[in-house]
Design a protein around this ligand. Structure first.
Ligand code: PT1
Length: 279
């Protein structure tokens, strides 16, 4: 199985397997559409394919475990058979985590930071990397009135406490990724503060994932609808890289790959001291 190598920043391509993401032409259509989309992302430079069967965007309703399994397991089996890429399962349900790893997933991405009963144990037994994300509230209601006294400190302290609990249960320290959870119970101001202070979270020593792509924070800044947020998303992806993010979770893989190439070239020159003499 492909491993998570974060010696350079990585691109996680988003693969939603929810009915609102594809026209609902039945199970084969759904699988076919997911594989087509995944192949595009692999060709365009995705390192990780993040499969999600339950929407977690603001206002989203929960789905049952049976429905979620039905959506994601066939897709994960097909992806791990076809592509030499790490497949991650975006779920908060322990049973879905376990079944997904058995079907070939090599990473668990949980917007609930493994707070569901039994989730930490499943992750430890699975022995795969886990992304622990911060969320205030739950998706259905989280944007009603987010409040923090100190958003950066609260998000960091929450994530470090979750990481401590995971390590105590046997998850290896090297297998933990942290995510401030942009848009999850946060105002625009909170999101901007978290982005600006991303180095504070990176200083924890854990690699940091940033999920920014097409979110309403970009809509709020640009006045653009969700399908017209590419430029804003790329600008924020670059800022996240500058802040130390090691994984970018994105819809637009090809364009984000170009941002990563440009950023990498500039950073290499900076590190070699090239052109910094001023003469
Ligand atoms: C994320 C993330 C995720 N985001 C991780 N997993 C979503 N690790 C799903 C909006 O404001 O950031 N990190 N899985 C999608 N969730 C949202 C949240 C989508 C907010 C849109 C918004 O528009």
């Amino acid at each position: 199985m492909p491993q998570l190598d974060l010696s350079v920043p990585r691109i996680m391509g988003i693969l939603n397997v929810t009915p609102d993401s594809f026209s609902d032409g039945g199970r084969y259509d759904r699988l076919d559409a997911a594989l087509y989309h995944a192949e595009r992302m692999v060709i365009n430079g995705a390192d990780i394919l993040d499969v999600g069967g339950e929407s977690t965007r603001p206002g989203a309703q929960p789905v049952s475990e049976a429905e979620e399994l039905d959506r994601v397991i066939p897709v994960i089996e097909a992806l791990s058979a076809r592509f030499d890429r790490l497949v991650s399962i975006d779920t908060s349900k322990p049973t879905v985590m376990r079944e997904a790893v058995a079907a070939g997933a090599g990473m668990i991405n949980d917007v609930n930071a493994l707070r569901a009963e039994g989730a930490v144990t499943v992750a430890a037994e699975a022995g795969v990397p886990v992304c622990l994300m911060h969320m205030q509230g739950e998706p259905r209601t989280m944007q009603r009135s987010p409040h923090y006294d100190d958003v950066v400190a609260e998000v960091r302290d929450f994530l470090l406490e979750r990481a401590r609990i995971c390590e105590a249960a046997g998850v290896s320290r090297q297998a933990i990724v942290l995510d401030p959870g942009f848009g999850f119970g946060k105002t625009l101001e909170h999101n901007l503060e978290l982005l600006q202070q991303l180095p504070v979270l990176c200083a924890s020593g854990y690699p940091v994932l940033a999920g920014i792509s097409r979110k309403s924070m970009i809509g709020a800044l640009t006045g653009r609808e969700v399908d017209d947020r590419l430029a804003g998303s790329l600008a924020m992806a670059l800022l996240a890289l500058e802040g130390g993010a090691r994984i970018l979770r994105v819809h637009d893989v090809a364009e984000t790959r170009d941002v990563l190439r440009v950023w990498t070239a500039v950073r290499e020159r900076r590190e070699s001291g090239e052109g910094s003499k001023g003469d």
